[in-house]
Design a binder for this molecule. Structure first.
Ligand code: ZN
Length: 411
C-alpha cells in the first residue's frame, strides 16, 4: 500500500514539464484537480502567454496579515534518455523506495510537500491565522525571466501580500539540511576593444588585444584572491563556494579566422577583440562600488561593456532569531523535528533572488539530507521516506508560520 502523498508525487513527475517545450497546461490541470479535491482556491496568472503561474490559496482568519508563500517551479531540465536506467518520466520506484524521475529532487518533490503539508493541516481541523499561498511557477530553469522575475512585479503578486517565502534548496549526502538565506549576484559581461591593425611585425601602441588584456587583468587578479581564500589549506574560515566571488573569463574572440575556424592568420594585428566574463558576486560585496569601478576601469582602457545579465540589489534574509520571528520559527521547528539546518549562500541562482529583491525575506530549503546531489544529473531520484519526512517538517513549519501573531517585520 503506497502512501497517497507518494502516489500524487509520482503522478506529478510523469507530467513532461521538460524544456524546451514544458507541458505547463498539463501541470496546471493536475494542480487544479488537486486543489478542487483539497478545497483550496485555485487561480492562474500568465505574465507571458502559455506560461501560467499557478496559485493555490488557503485563507487565514486574518487575511489582512502578511501571508506565507510556498514556492516551487514547475519546469525541469532536459534529459539524456540513453544515460538513464529507467524512463525519466516514468517515476519508477525501486525496492528501496527510491523514486527515479527528472524533477524528483529539483523540485517537484517540494511542490507536492508544500501541498500535502497544507492539506494535512486542513484535514486536522487547524485554522491558520495568516493566509498561505502555494505557488507553482514556470521557467525557473531558463532564468525565470518569464516566470518569477515578471510575476513579482505584477499587481496580482502584490495582492498576495507576502510576508515570508520558502523556495528550493539542495540535497545533502550528510546529516544536515542545506538552508539558503541568500544568493550570489550573477553578472555576465562582454568586454570589447578596438585598436590599430596592420602587419604582425609592427609594434603599435594600444592594440585591441593590449586594451582587452589590461582590462581583464584586474578581474583575473580578483579571481586569484578569491581562489586563494576558498582553497586555503585546511579552510580555517569554513568558506563555502557561495561565500566567495567567482570570476571566470569564459569566451575570447580576436583575429581573422577563416569561416571554418581552422586556419591561423597569425600575421595580422586584429582591429578588435572581445571576451565574456561570468562573475558570481558574493553578497558581502558592495554592488554600487563594484559597478562604479567596473565602468571607470572600462573607460580607462577604452573598453565597450555589454552587460548581458546583472543583479544590482542582492539582499540576504536575516538569520538573527532575535530580529526575525520568521527565522526564529524556522529554527524552532527544525529543532523540534530533529533537523539540523546548515546555513549557506546558494552558489548558483534560484527564484528566491527575485523575491528577496522585492523586499521579502525568503529561505531556500529542500528537506533532503542523506541524499546524493542529483539535480540536473542522470538517474535523479529521491527516496520516498525522505519525501514523507519532508511533509512532516513542512506541516509543522506551515502551522507555526501561519499561526504567528502580528510582529515587528509585518508591514
Ligand atoms: Zn530548481
Amino acid at each position: 500500500q503506497e502512501h497517497p502523498s507518494v502516489t500524487l508525487f509520482r503522478e506529478y513527475l510523469r507530467i513532461k514539464t521538460v524544456h524546451p517545450t514544458p507541458d505547463y497546461y498539463g501541470a496546471a490541470a493536475f494542480l487544479k484537480s488537486a486543489a478542487e479535491k483539497k478545497g483550496l482556491k485555485y487561480q492562474t496568472h500568465e505574465c507571458v502567454a502559455g506560461k501560467p503561474v499557478v496559485i493555490l490559496t488557503w485563507e487565514g482568519s486574518d487575511p489582512t496579515l502578511p501571508s506565507i508563500l510556498l514556492n516551487s517551479h514547475i519546469d525541469v531540465v532536459p534529459v539524456e534518455e540513453s544515460k538513464w536506467s529507467t524512463d525519466p518520466f516514468g517515476a519508477h520506484k525501486d525496492e528501496n523506495g527510491n523514486i527515479y524521475a527528472r524533477g524528483s529532487q529539483d523540485m517537484k518533490c517540494v511542490g507536492i510537500q508544500h501541498l500535502e503539508a497544507v492539506d494535512r493541516l486542513k484535514q486536522a481541523g487547524y485554522k491558520p491565522l495568516r493566509t498561505v499561498h502555494i505557488s507553482f511557477v514556470p521557467d525557473e530553469e531558463i532564468g525565470g525571466k518569464d516566470g518569477m522575475e515578471k510575476f513579482v512585479k505584477t499587481s496580482e503578486f502584490a495582492a498576495l501580500n507576502v510576508g515570508f517565502a520558502l523556495d528550493e534548496g539542495l540535497a545533502n549526502p550528510g546529516e544536515t539540511c542545506m538552508t539558503y538565506y541568500g544568493e550570489r549576484s550573477a553578472w555576465w559581461i562582454v568586454a570589447e576593444t578596438t585598436g590599430p591593425t596592420g602587419h604582425g611585425s609592427q609594434l603599435f601602441k594600444d592594440t585591441a588585444v593590449d586594451r582587452l588584456l589590461k582590462f581583464l587583468q584586474k578581474y583575473h587578479d580578483w579571481r586569484q584572491v578569491e581562489s586563494a581564500r576558498l582553497h586555503e589549506e585546511g579552510n580555517p574560515k569554513g568558506l563555502k563556494l557561495g561565500d566567495v566571488t567567482t570570476v571566470n573569463i569564459n569566451m575570447f574572440k580576436a583575429g581573422a579566422f577563416s569561416p571554418d575556424g581552422l586556419s591561423w592568420q597569425t600575421n595580422i594585428i586584429p582591429s578588435s577583440a572581445k571576451a565574456a566574463i561570468d562573475m558570481r558576486i558574493a553578497p558581502t560585496v558592495d554592488l554600487v562600488v563594484f559597478e562604479k569601478e567596473l565602468n571607470e576601469w572600462a573607460d580607462k582602457h577604452g573598453v565597450k561593456l555589454t552587460i548581458l545579465q546583472c543583479m544590482r540589489s542582492n539582499p540576504v534574509t536575516s538569520t538573527d532569531a532575535s530580529q526575525s520571528p520568521w527565522w526564529a520559527t524556522f529554527q524552532d521547528v527544525c529543532k523540534d523535528q530533529s533537523i539540523k539546518p546548515e546555513l549557506a549562500i546558494f552558489p548558483a541562482a534560484t527564484d528566491s533572488r527575485f523575491v528577496r529583491a522585492a523586499g521579502i525575506p525568503a529561505i531556500g530549503f529542500s528537506p533532503m539530507n542523506h541524499t546524493p546531489v542529483l539535480l540536473h544529473d542522470h538517474n535523479e531520484y529521491l527516496n520516498e521516506r525522505t519525501f514523507l519526512k519532508g511533509i512532516d517538517f513542512f506541516t509543522e513549519l506551515v502551522k507555526r508560520l501561519t499561526g504567528l501573531q502580528k510582529h515587528n517585520l509585518d508591514k
